[in-house]
Design a protein around this ligand. Structure first.
Ligand code: HEM
Length: 312
């Protein structure tokens, strides 16, 4: 999958892809027991970006986000994110996503079939932006699309910094402080790629699945067997990087011990993704609406074919 020209197929939710980090990779873990041990061991941390970014830039955003912080700073920033997400409980995110998806399908002559990518990487961010009170929610996906590929690498341009500034301004439409704006912007950025890929893969999965399979079951299979986030990374106390292979872990022996836990593609332990229910609700709304559009159009095509062939 490519978003804005950046290949994200193997992207992780984390660490800078810079040469120093890649050179420091010393281990790749594929066994679920070991993965859980590393992700719950406080000795393994996330590498922190430089803390000298000018306010309002990508560098400053990364230095201020929960995603790249450890210890107390991580906990405090994560609580702000969770507070913003808990405010969404009153919203029917699934329905909001379905309404937007249906509108996009209706605006396209070929319906969902020629705009799945545009829906997958637009609707989730627009829905979250509206629910979080951003100004001009429909404009936010394009801005997030500019920032998201650089968010994890730290390699931005002037255009990235300009998009960060616009996002922060839109996040303060109802005049919250800068910390709340940061939490809101980080929620949009974190949701973008992973939820977009989840939707794309689920639509592909649905095309091959038993037509009676529910969207919830399809999402569950995709999350475990074709995970949108395939690799996590941590560093040990001497700075060696450990890669965590989420896909292999779902197939490795001990997984039955974790029945009822969200799949590892959402991470594990105190850094586990805080947007699990939101992403599943939104993906359910989008995929259900796309599936309905594809079925309706196929049904109409079949009826037309039968009429044209004179079939009774
Ligand atoms: C509505 C959609 C989503 C939102 C709002 C969201 C939000 C977030 C946030 C704020 C973090 C940082 C947490 C922290 O620093 O403690 C995070 C981390 C993460 N998210 Fe999500 N996310 C979403 C969708 C997804 C999806 C669909 C996946 C994968 C299927 C995913 C996987 C992850 C992972 C793996 C991490 C990092 C875990 C780690 O490194 O330990 N997220 N997410």
């Amino acid at each position: 999958m490519s978003t804005n020209g950046v290949d994200t197929a193997n992207s992780d939710q984390g660490l800078a892809q810079d040469i120093r980090i890649t050179d420091r990779i010393t281990d790749r873990i594929t066994d679920r027991e070991r993965i859980v041990a590393v992700l719950t061991d406080p000795a393994y941390t996330v590498p922190e970006p430089p803390q000298d970014g000018v306010p309002g830039t990508l560098a400053w955003l990364r230095a201020s986000a929960s995603r790249f912080a450890n210890g107390d700073a991580h906990q405090m920033r994560r609580e702000r994110v969770q507070a913003e997400l808990s405010g969404l409980a009153a919203c029917d995110l699934s329905e909001m996503a379905a309404v937007r998806t249906r509108a996009r399908c209706a605006n396209s002559d070929a319906g969902a079939s020629n705009c799945i990518d545009a829906i997958a990487f637009h609707v989730p961010v627009a829905v979250l932006a509206e629910a979080l009170g951003f100004a001009e929610p429909e404009r936010m996906p394009a801005l997030v699309g500019v920032v998201a590929p650089s968010y994890f690498t730290g390699e931005g341009t002037q255009a990235t910094d300009a998009a960060v500034q616009e996002l922060l301004a839109a996040a303060t439409a109802d005049a919250p402080g800068v910390d709340t704006a940061l939490a809101r912007v980080s929620i949009l950025i974190q949701s973008y790629d992973a939820t977009g890929r989840l939707i794309e893969r689920a639509v592909g999965w649905a095309a091959r699945a038993d037509p009676g399979m529910s969207v919830e079951a399809i999402l569950d299979e995709v999350l475990r067997l074709a995970p949108p986030v395939a690799v996590l990374r941590r560093q040990d106390s001497v700075g060696r990087i450990v890669e965590i292979d989420v896909t292999s872990a779902e197939f490795s022996g001990a997984s039955e011990q974790y029945d009822g836990q969200p799949p590892l593609t959402f991470g594990f332990g105190e850094r586990r993704c805080p947007g699990i229910s939101e992403s599943i609700d939104i993906a359910t709304g989008v995929v259900s609406a796309i599936r309905a559009d594809l079925r309706n159009r196929a049904g109409r095509r079949n009826s037309a074919d039968r009429r044209n062939s004179g079939e009774a």
